[in-house]
Design a protein around this ligand. Structure first.
Ligand SMILES: N[C@@H](CCC(=O)N[C@@H](CS)C(=O)NCC(=O)O)C(=O)O
Length: 325
């Protein structure tokens, strides 16, 4: 893995030497928006955009789920990178379930970044939303790509996963889930001091207990309708028992050990748009074999377990009915 410096690829990992062993993520640099009327320069037309994702990555996974929930599969084409992040970063080299770059015909994702900006400096991350009309990257920030998919396209369905009247509550839960859970697992996993690790794991499990409690009385995170808050929590929960418990030492409990989270997770997994977008082979390969995991799992051995059947029945309708529906 590495990053672009002055238009050149440099093979280099994360540096935690100046932050007390704490892992600090980087800011996404492409931050434009697709809009229905095109006033932003990017009109939400069918066929105009291409999405680059990795099945291994929880941030990219959000965008894949939203693409399905909004029925945008025929409107936004996709490429799926090889799950192994090695010396060249994300690549389109052959791997079961991966695809070539059918739009820019590159071999390495960093070439796509360079096409958008030959001077780009920084990490080369997924997801990437590419505009085929102006040949540039619209956005490489998943939290914003899912909002565009929700309401910026002139195609797909009219379902609203970020309704006006619920925005404040969604934003509030997103803030907790992002910092302590989505990002929290990385803070624990990539910590290089005992103190940084413990701080992250304690915060993570406190936040998981809080969301577990919240799910006691309603089916989803914000009442009884599915929102982007659930999409954003799901991609971490589905990786938790198979990757974060083992490789990232997030092991005070498994998701399976909580009261409401296991059934909530199965409920989402079995909802159209979620389960079909999960590829456990890519997830496990990504977390146990990649170069950024070399310090954590030097042998690159991928554990065979745990085996969790996310298709087994759940009883979340009970919560929904108890709420008077
Ligand atoms: N803020 C970004 C983060 C994306 C991100 O960190 N993606 C990871 C994969 S999970 C990546 O591509 N990392 C490559 C690297 O850091 O070199 C988003 O949410 O879109």
């Amino acid at each position: 893995m590495g990053l672009l410096v002055g238009g050149k690829w440099v093979d280099q990992g994360y540096d935690t030497s100046k932050t007390g062993g704490r892992f600090i993520g980087t800011q996404s640099q492409f931050r434009s928006f697709v809009t229905r009327d095109g006033s932003s320069g990017f009109r939400g037309d069918s066929g105009r955009y291409h999405l680059y994702i990795s099945y291994a990555c929880p941030w990219a996974h959000r965008t894949l789920i939203m693409r399905s929930l909004k029925n945008l599969e025929n409107d936004i084409s996709i490429s799926i990178v090889n799950p192994q992040l090695l010396e060249n970063g994300w690549t389109f080299e052959e791997f079961e379930g991966s695809t070539p770059d059918t739009v820019n015909n590159t071999k390495f994702l960093y070439e796509v970044y360079l096409k958008a900006n030959p001077e780009y400096e920084g990490r080369v991350t997924v997801p990437v939303l590419w505009d085929k009309e102006t040949n540039t990257i619209v956005s490489n920030e998943s939290s914003e790509i899912i909002l565009m998919m929700n309401s910026g396209f002139n195609c797909g369905n009219d379902r609203d996963f970020y309704p006006e009247e619920k925005k404040a509550e969604i934003d509030e839960i997103n803030a907790l889930v992002f910092d302590k859970i989505n990002y929290g697992v990385y803070k624990a996993g990539f910590a290089t001091t005992q103190a940084a690790y413990e701080e992250a794991v304690i915060d993570l499990f406190n936040a998981l207990e809080a969301v577990d409690q919240r799910l006691e009385n309603h089916r989803y995170l914000v009442g009884n309708t599915l929102t982007i808050a659930d999409v954003r929590l799901f991609t971490t929960l589905i990786r938790f028992d198979v990757a974060y418990v083992g490789n990232f030492k997030c092991n005070l409990k498994r998701i399976e050990d909580f009261r409401n989270l296991p059934e909530y997770l199965r409920d989402l997994y079995q909802t159209p748009g979620f389960g079909e977008t999960v590829n456990f082979n890519h997830i496990k390969t990504g977390y146990y074999k990649n170069n950024n995991m070399k310090n954590i799992n030097p042998t690159g051995i991928i554990p065979l377990g745990p085996i969790v059947d996310y298709a087994r029945p759940h009883n979340r309708d009970r919560v929904y009915e108890a709420a008077g529906h």
